[in-house]
Design a protein around this ligand. Structure first.
Ligand code: FPP
Length: 222
């Protein structure tokens, strides 16, 4: 969800105003994803490296996420949106952790869209943490399960099909590195606060036009 800061700057507004507009975009995109239908949507809300931003901006982002979890609760229940927060929980405030646990519990039975919010998240860190977790005695799948535990992921999340980055950058920035192995990447120049249903549907259209081979031969040429 890149481009909040530049969106605000273009309008002569402080960066937190861009994040607030980004929060509105989250609401619109989640509704569009439910309708699409998309079954799993992971949003990169705050990376481990984002702690390096000015204190004021970090606090504004934390407040925004907390408010979002409170204000969206009923809408999630109504629309069948299950919330799962992935990432570290030991550096964010106790209040935010409580809100996260509360909404995860309240929406646990919702089954239309699994909305995963990545908060204090680093994909590399998750992989390192998974390697340090105690193993389970069943061979091959073991590491994958440890990775799920390290990212607080719920079981049964399918492999990642499509990764969208807004805001014109062409990099993954420590997001879902393992999961992106065969994901289709779509980069768009739109700043996140301007991203909405049309942009999501356009990305899904582009995804459907891709020839996914998974290292094998195209179904079109085989
Ligand atoms: C990156 O844009 C965006 C973020 C670091 C924060 C994303 C957060 C939100 C969209 C809102 C809060 C989230 C939820 C789930 C309610 P940037 O600030 O790096 O933009 P720039 O590259 O233009 O400076």
């Amino acid at each position: 969800m890149d481009g909040n800061g530049r969106w605000a700057q273009q309008r002569g507004l402080p960066r937190p105003a861009g994040h607030r507009a980004g929060g509105e975009a989250v609401r619109r995109v989640v509704e569009a994803a439910v309708a699409a239908p998309v079954t799993v949507l992971t949003l990169y809300a705050f990376s481990c490296d984002n702690w390096g931003r000015p204190k004021r901006e970090v606090s504004a982002l934390m407040r925004l996420m907390q408010r979002y979890l409170v204000s969206e609760r009923l809408r999630c229940l109504k629309n069948g949106v299950r919330i799962n927060v992935i990432g570290r929980r030991d550096r964010i405030s106790r209040d935010l952790v409580e809100e996260i646990e509360d909404i995860e519990h309240a929406t646990a039975a919702c089954d239309r869209l699994l909305l995963r919010l990545a908060v204090d998240y680093s994909s590399r860190q998750a992989m390192l943490d998974a390697a340090k977790l105690p193993g389970e005695p069943d061979g091959l799948c073991d590491f994958e399960r440890r990775l799920e535990r390290a990212t607080h992921s719920v079981p049964g999340v399918p492999s990642l099909d499509l990764l969208i980055r807004t805001g014109g950058e062409r990099r993954l920035s420590d997001f879902l590195l393992w999961e992106s192995a065969y994901a289709e990447l779509v980069f768009c120049d739109t700043y996140w606060p301007d991203f909405g249903e049309q942009a999501l549907l356009a990305a899904l259209d582009e995804f459907r036009r891709r020839d996914r081979r998974f290292g094998q031969l195209s179904r079109r040429t085989a």
